[in-house]
Write a protein that binds this ligand. Sequence first.
Ligand SMILES: *Cc1c(COP(=O)(O)O)cnc(C)c1O
Length: 227
Amino acid sequence: MIDEATFRSNLARIEERIAAACSRAGRARKEVTLVAVSKLQPAEAIEVAWKVGVRHFGENYAQELRDKHAQLGSTCPGIHWHAIGPVQTKNAKYLARAANTFHAVERLEVAEELSRRREGAPLECLIEVNVGAEDTKAGVAPSEVPGLVKAIRALPHLQLVGLTAMPPLSDDPEAARPYFKALAKLARVEGLTQLSMGTTSDFEAAIEEGATMIRVGTALFGQRPTK
Ligand SMILES: *Cc1c(COP(=O)(O)O)cnc(C)c1O
């Protein structure tokens, strides 16, 4: 597991690269939220990051989020939990209780269940778009976005704020750029302000194309244990 000194230096390097990308794009650093993707990392790794000052964490699996949320509630106050992976309807209740922002709405049925289960402040949501039209990827086709936007906006306990992209994997950080551009355009058309895009391999291009939330795991925590 990661130690504090290593995490601190990883974070400093990422922050430098975020600042440089913001500067190239003429954007302010505060327009971009760095979400530390802690999925499959032990809760202790989150405690290390929390000590260093990180408050935004991203989790993929509903039960893992539920457990970490419960375990860290008292020791690490002030965490903003981002649920970044799609959820099955039957597990949506965990997410409705534990998440502050959900990045991966891809079915109306799940959105309806989340709205039914949510108590307190509306759950901030983003629709995940399958920008590369990949069979293996989650997310809705760009053509389905307007209909889903309209339906989600009618739900009382969700607040739709933006769109999420997971472009095709590539070794070339520039390969994702056209997909980031397309997502930004789609969000503009729908009047949505938040763009969740960019991971360890391509967050700089994402920031240059307007990302407001980047999801970085490996570059902060190191290699993930496998599931
Ligand atoms: C795991 C994951 C990430 C983080 O990926 P890294 O390459 O480790 O930065 C970002 N977004 C989603 C949806 C993920 O599942």
